[in-house]
Design a binder for this molecule. Structure first.
Ligand code: HEM
Length: 252
């Protein structure tokens, strides 16, 4: 599919999903993730977690004791795992098409990566002015999922149908499959932290679909400029002055 075919497919899907749900934008908010994106993201997340739990149940005997009973015992867990994983991959393909454009790497992402230390330590109040819809870290997570999902799919097939592929392919697949799953687990833990407690307001973008203007000019200034036509730095400074005026005077 070329990029205009992807855009056409994606905007038709967004329109169709928009008929089943609404995004209410309150004063002081802007829309970030429409209904279609939210439904896809949470469907991907549900099947990812199911695939992860069934996968880890098969992976180690220690987790097997705790996790396999949740899925109806060992043989049922083994049967369900490839189907949960397949659902995850298919849904992620749709998410891939949905986010392909904003996830394209650019020069500002390379600059962001060079400065990752100041991001991790919250050294600045606001992100650099060229940070767009997603920052470099979010894009790396996305592309890591693309690569790992491909590896999991390609290596999962010989493990699912060993008689079709032969012993060597199955042994290599086990090793690569486990490495890709562990990378996904690590990324998921960081993502869970970044999407919830690390940045208040981010989780709201995936539930209600909107973010506050303050959130947008703080974390994604270039996107804020595109979405509103306003200067993110000027709005940040103005909000700072208003907050300073409204702060009660110190002392007794
Ligand atoms: C279950 C817990 C999860 C929570 C609380 C969560 C939360 C979020 C939130 C709030 C965003 C929006 C970030 C933004 O707009 O800047 C987001 C984006 C995203 N989510 Fe999740 N998510 C979860 C699970 C997953 C899973 C399982 C995957 C895939 C394996 C995933 C993949 C992504 C990707 C690729 C993005 C866009 C890039 C990014 O923000 O890192 N998420 N998630």
């Amino acid at each position: 599919m070329n990029s205009s075919a992807v855009d056409r497919f994606d905007s038709n899907a967004r329109r169709a999903a928009g008929r089943f749900g609404r995004t209410v934008v309150r004063p002081g908010e802007i829309i970030r993730h429409p209904v279609y994106t939210r439904v896809l993201h949470w469907s991907v997340a549900i099947f990812f977690v199911l695939a992860l739990l069934t996968g880890f149940a098969i992976y180690t005997p220690w987790l097997f004791r705790w996790l396999a009973p949740l899925f109806g015992g060992g043989p049922m867990t083994r049967l369900l795992h490839p189907w949960f994983s397949l659902a995850f991959v298919i849904l992620f393909v749709l998410q891939f098409l949905n986010w392909l454009r904003p996830m394209t790497w650019n020069a500002s992402d390379t600059r962001w990566m060079r400065n990752i230390r100041s991001y991790a330590t919250n050294a600045e109040d606001v992100e650099p002015e060229d940070v767009g819809f997603f920052n470099g870290g979010q894009k790396i997570y996305f592309w890591a999922i693309v690569i790992c999902a491909l590896v999991l799919l390609i290596t999962g097939l010989p493990m699912w149908f060993p008689s079709l592929f032969g012993r060597v392919a199955v042994i290599i697949s086990y090793v690569l499959h486990d490495i890709a799953a562990l990378v996904m687990l690590g990324g998921f833990i960081v993502h869970l932290y970044e999407g919830t407690v690390s940045q208040p307001g981010t989780f709201h973008s995936m539930t209600r679909g909107t973010v506050s203007r303050r959130w947008a000019w703080t974390h994604h200034p270039a996107w804020y400029r595109d979405a509103t036509g306003r200067d993110p730095r000027a709005d940040y400074e103005r909000a700072k002055q208003v907050a300073a005026r409204e702060r009660p005077p110190a002392g007794p």
